[in-house]
Design a protein around this ligand. Structure first.
Ligand code: LER
Ligand code: MN
Length: 261
């Protein structure tokens, strides 16, 4: 397992400076928000070429795959394809996607199918088949991210993402685990991680209060033991608030996490 961090958490006047700081603090990878990718792509490519930091992942906010109409859903598919191409070119693991935020937007077709989540799941599986082919062509994964009940009604536990990955059955359709959301939704975090082993390609790290690991009541020891048991080798990216000076707090957090790695 390797540590990564989102670029906007790290100080620096440009991406090259940020990557240099990441390396100094002990990180090995960088994650960038999807909405920043088009603007940052060229600078990122050039900065990565002269750095030991690798590109990890593109994070979320890439449209609504379960939006109310074809136009919205096609826009999300096309944005994700663009992100996958950029990610592939940078040698990254993949593009994280939250299928939808908030309540359902597709209509409930009761009484034909009373459960709107069944309709959403069917739509998503078909979309992921399209995205999975593109992902394979560009050599990056499409990565499903389960959130928590306060952010979405759909896919809130790792087992839900596993079900979708199994149903799609494509090599480049994978999933991730975010410690903040798992802390709210999972009954047993180590067991959930182990059960998702076949599809797990990324992790987001935060403490229980979404502050840097070490500032809440999250247990990192047992989940990290589970990750070791399943042979998890990919990135774990920090996605959280920094309480104070990043120059001090980020290297301190790396030292804290390395104790469990
Ligand atoms: C949102 O809470 C989150 O965890 C992000 O990673 C969304 O992609
Ligand atoms: Mn996350």
């Amino acid at each position: 397992m390797k540590l990564a961090v989102q670029d906007n958490m790290v100080p620096g006047r440009n991406l090259l400076e940020k990557l240099q700081k990441m390396e100094d603090y002990g990180f090995e990878g960088v994650e960038v928000w999807g909405r920043d990718m088009p603007r940052k792509f060229e600078e990122l490519k050039s900065a990565l070429s002269s750095s030991r930091i690798s590109f990890s992942t593109v994070c979320g906010f890439t449209g609504d795959l379960l939006g109310p109409d074809k136009k919205t859903r096609l826009a999300a598919i096309n944005t994700l394809k663009e992100m996958l191409s950029m990610c592939g070119e940078l040698g990254g693991v993949g593009v994280i996607t939250v299928p939808t935020f908030g309540p359902p937007k597709v209509p409930d077709l009761y009484p034909w199918l009373p459960d709107v989540e069944k309709i959403e799941k069917r739509i998503l599986v078909e979309e992921l088949k399209i995205l999975g082919r593109h992902a394979e062509n560009v050599g990056a994964n499409i990565i499903l991210e389960p959130l928590n009940r306060y952010e979405t009604h759909f896919m809130r536990r790792l087992e839900h993402a596993v079900e979708i990955c199994v149903e799609v059955g494509m090599d480049h359709v994978k999933m991730m685990a975010d410690f903040f959301h798992m802390n709210i939704e999972e009954a047993n975090i180590p067991s959930s991680l182990e059960a998702a082993a076949d599809f797990l390609v990324h992790v987001h790290l935060a403490d229980s209060n979404r502050v840097l690991p070490g500032y809440g009541h999250m247990d990192f020891k047992e989940p990290f033991e589970a990750l070791k048991r399943i042979g998890y080798k990919n990135f774990m990216a920090l996605e959280c608030r920094i309480p104070g000076n990043p120059e001090v707090e980020l290297p301190k957090c790396v030292r804290y996490l390395k104790r469990f790695m």
